[in-house]
Design a protein around this ligand. Structure first.
Ligand code: ADP
Ligand code: MG
Length: 317
């Protein structure tokens, strides 16, 4: 199978149709129609075997996770993911692997109405690079840099499930339903597209939680030039992790990452309206603290003691 038949078979016809793709897969470049009242967002992520995923994972999940984490970056800006380009480096052409990989991609493309508009295929160690494009109303993106003292700090769901799964990957004896639910969060994260319009309307700053709540909230604080006060007992901790591993559950939720939930801030005067909208949409979010003028991240522990957190989380270097 040569490079061109590989692209035709596994990548060319797996996207939802979209009239804004003027030229798609098959030419030297894709050409996209951007509405005049929208801003264009771009984000790239590289996933490396052994670092971001393991060789023995189902290629369906490898594709799922790779694309989902990219979608999440656009969502965290309060924008709508639209188009994605895939640079795939493969050690060899294994049709059954590519078939499953393609099915995983197709599933996420359909779920989030994103189109694959091009890419590249090369030979080498297994590396997946995705560049995703999204649209947001002009001047409407939500960044990490506009949190202000007094803003409430929210997270969109329970945390720690994916991190617990990472820590347990090598323990094959864990086989409970609860563990499988955590593993699913790791393998098939669900980017929070259901929060896009809420972020647009109410959030002063937002980030997706990829490296851990502590580290990612810290990014907001640094970019915004503010600090925060949070209460550890208000952090929603994944119930399955609480059952399976209570002593480390809070640590997984605080520093673990990989859940791809959102952390966002809302000006005090908008909090009630935001919460009503969240309820109306049958969603949930949890306030864990407040942005402060005083820099740094202070946390009230369960025993009432105030501790200073340093922004710990996953870091490559
Ligand atoms: P070129 O030689 O011009 O770089 P390629 O042979 O790399 O073109 O790719 C041919 C076409 O297939 C291009 O339109 C490219 O965007 C698309 N393509 C290549 N690899 C992928 C992929 N993994 N997924 C989707 N489209 C791809
Ligand atoms: Mg090429």
């Amino acid at each position: 199978m040569n490079e061109f038949s590989l692209i035709d078979t596994y990548f060319k016809n797996i996207s939802p149709k979209s009239s804004d793709i003027l030229v798609g897969i098959g030419d030297d470049a894709a050409c996209l129609s951007v509405p005049p009242d929208m801003d264009l967002l771009v984000s790239t992520d590289t996933l490396v075997e052994g670092v971001h995923f393991l060789k023995e994972w189902d290629p369906f999940d490898i594709a799922y996770r790779s694309l989902a984490v990219n979608v999440s970056d656009i969502v965290a800006m309060g924008a709508k993911p639209k188009w994605v380009s895939l640079a795939l480096t493969l050690p060899l052409v294994e049709q059954s692997w590519l078939q499953r990989f393609s099915q995983g991609l197709k599933t996420v493309l359909a779920e989030y109405q994103v189109a694959l508009i091009g890419g590249d295929v090369t030979k080498g160690s297994l590396v997946i690079t995705l560049s995703i494009l999204g649209l947001s109303k002009k001047g409407g993106v939500v960044t990490r840099s506009q949190a202000k003292p007094g803003d409430g700090i929210f997270v969109t769901n329970e945390l720690g499930g994916a991190a617990f799964a990472v820590a347990s990957l090598k323990q094959t004896e864990i086989n409970s339903t609860a563990y499988k639910a955590c593993l699913k969060k790791l393998l098939q994260p669900k980017p929070r597209i259901d929060f896009i319009s809420i972020l647009q309307q109410f959030a002063s700053a937002a980030i997706d939680i990829s490296d851990g709540l502590e580290a990612d909230l810290y990014h907001i604080l640094e970019c915004s030039g503010v600090g925060a006060y949070i209460e550890l007992e208000k952090i929603p901790v994944n119930k399955a992790v609480l059952n399976l591993c209570q002593e480390r559950a809070l640590d997984f939720a605080l520093t673990g990452g990989d859940d791809y939930e959102l952390c966002f801030t809302v000006p005090e005067g908008k909090i009630d309206d935001m919460l009503s909208r969240v309820r109306e949409n049958d969603l949930r979010c949890y306030q864990i603290g407040t942005i402060s003028k005083e820099k740094g991240l202070r946390a009230k522990a369960e025993n009432g003691q105030i501790i200073h957190l340093q922004g710990k989380g996953y870091a490559h270097f």
